[in-house]
Design a protein around this ligand. Structure first.
Ligand code: SF4
Length: 355
C-alpha cells in the first residue's frame, strides 16, 4: 500500500460512498441498463460536456442508433448531424471508427479485455476504466478531473493535477481504493459525489457521506484543493466569414478538411483576414474559390472559444452572380437545405443573419 493510504480506512470509505450512491444517484438515461455500447456512448458524450446538455443528445442518439451495428453502418455525415452542437466532433468520429473496429474484429461485442478496449480509437484510460467498471463490473480506476478533485481533497494531495504524472499517481490511488465487490457503484459514486456534493467551488461538506474520511475537511483545506496550474492562454485568430448568396437565394457553404479541427463539418467560407488583409479579401476569395463576390453589409461579430484557440469572427454578407461551382468541397444550397448539413455551433449561430 502506498504511503498516502496508510491509516486510511479504505473499507469504511468504500461502504459509505457506495451506500450514499445507491440511495442518491440521479436517474440518468444511461443508467437504465449496463449495455457496454450505451455506457460507451454516454462516457464519450460526457467528456467536457455537462450532464444536462448530454441527456437529450444521448436519448436522440440512442433512438437513432440503438445498437453498435446501427452506428457502425451509419453515414458519417448523419452521425455528425446527430452530434451537431455538442462540440469536440473528433469524439464522435473516433467513436464511429472504434465501433466499426469492434464490429469487424470482435463480432460486434465490446471487448471486456483492458488491452483490447484501450487500443480502440478515442478510448483513453478514463473511458476504458469507466466502461470496464460500469458495464463489466471490473475493478478498474476511472480518473478524470472530477475524480481527481474529490480524491485530492479526501487524501489531501497538494500536487498539481494538471501534470500527467500526477494523474498517473491518482490512478494508482484509485486502484487501491476501488471496491472489488461493487466497482461500478464505487466509480460512479465518486463521480456523483464530485458532481453533486464535492463541487469545484464551495463543496457541501455538511452533506458529504465521506466527510469523516476527508483529510482536507479535517484541516479546513477543502476550498484550496485541488491545486491546478492554469492552462496556456488560447491564441486569438480573426476571420471574416462570408454569407454569400446568389440570385436564387442559395448560400455558399464549404466542407472543412478531413482532418483537424471540426473535420468534415460544413461552414460558411472563412477568410483568414490577418494573413490576407481586408483590402485583398475579395481578390483572394475569387482566386481561392473561383467565384466572384461583391461585399455588402456587416452583420455582426461572434467569438468562439476552443480549448487551444479563439475564433474572432466578423460576419459579412455578400452576393455573387455564380450559381454553381466545380469545386467538390463547396456548394450552393437553399435556406431549407442548410438544415440538413452538420455545422459547428458558431456557424449555426450565423443562420440568424440569413432570411
Ligand atoms: S468533506 Fe467536503 S471536501 Fe471532503 S470529500 Fe466531502 S465534500 Fe469533498
Amino acid at each position: 500500500m502506498t504511503g498516502i493510504l496508510q491509516n486510511f480506512d479504505i473499507y469504511s470509505f468504500q461502504e459509505k460512498l457506495i451506500e450514499w450512491y445507491q440511495s442518491n444517484k440521479r436517474d440518468l438515461p444511461w443508467r437504465q441498463d449496463q449495455d457496454p455500447y450505451k455506457v460507451w456512448v454516454s462516457e464519450i458524450m460526457l467528456q467536457q460536456t455537462r450532464v444536462d446538455t448530454v441527456i437529450p443528445y444521448f436519448q436522440r442518439f440512442i433512438s437513432k442508433y440503438p445498437t453498435l451495428y446501427d452506428l457502425a453502418y451509419a453515414e458519417e455525415q448523419d452521425v455528425l448531424k446527430s452530434w451537431e452542437g455538442l462540440g469536440y466532433y473528433s469524439r464522435v468520429r473516433n467513436l464511429q471508427t472504434a465501433v466499426r473496429e469492434v464490429e469487424a474484429a470482435y463480432g460486434g461485442e465490446v471487448p471486456d479485455d483492458p488491452k483490447q478496449l484501450g487500443k480502440l480509437k478515442g478510448i483513453g484510460p478514463y473511458t476504458k476504466g469507466a466502461i470496464l467498471s460500469i458495464a463489466f463490473n471490473q475493478p478498474e480506476p476511472a480518473v478524470d478531473g472530477n475524480v481527481m478533485r474529490v480524491l485530492s481533497r479526501v487524501l489531501k494531495i497538494e500536487d498539481d493535477i494538471a501534470q500527467s504524472k500526477v494523474k498517473k499517481q491518482f490512478e494508482g490511488y484509485a486502484s487501491e481504493l476501488i471496491s472489488h465487490d461493487d466497482p461500478s457503484s464505487f466509480n460512479q459514486g465518486i463521480m456523483e459525489l464530485g458532481a453533486l456534493i464535492c463541487t469545484p467551488k464551495e463543496p457541501m461538506c455538511m452533506f458529504c457521506p465521506v466527510q469523516k474520511h476527508c483529510r482536507a475537511f479535517q484541516e479546513g483545506m477543502e476550498q484550496e484543493l485541488p491545486i491546478k496550474s492554469k492552462a496556456k492562454k488560447q491564441k486569438k485568430i480573426p476571420y471574416t466569414v462570408l454569407l454569400i448568396h446568389n440570385e436564387r437565394g442559395e448560400y455558399l457553404i464549404e466542407k472543412r478538411p478531413e482532418n483537424g479541427l471540426l473535420a468534415n463539418l460544413w461552414q460558411f467560407p472563412m477568410v483568414p483576414i490577418a494573413e490576407i488583409g481586408k483590402d485583398h479579401m475579395v481578390n483572394w476569395f475569387e482566386m481561392e474559390y473561383g467565384i466572384d463576390v461583391e461585399l455588402s453589409d456587416k452583420k455582426g461579430d461572434l467569438k468562439h472559444v476552443f480549448s487551444h484557440i479563439i475564433w474572432q469572427l466578423e460576419i459579412v454578407a455578400a452576393t455573387t452572380p455564380s450559381k454553381e461551382t466545380e469545386d467538390k468541397r463547396v456548394r450552393f444550397v437553399s435556406r431549407d437545405e442548410l438544415e440538413e448539413y452538420p455545422f459547428p455551433v458558431s456557424h449555426q449561430k450565423m443562420m440568424r443573419y440569413i432570411t
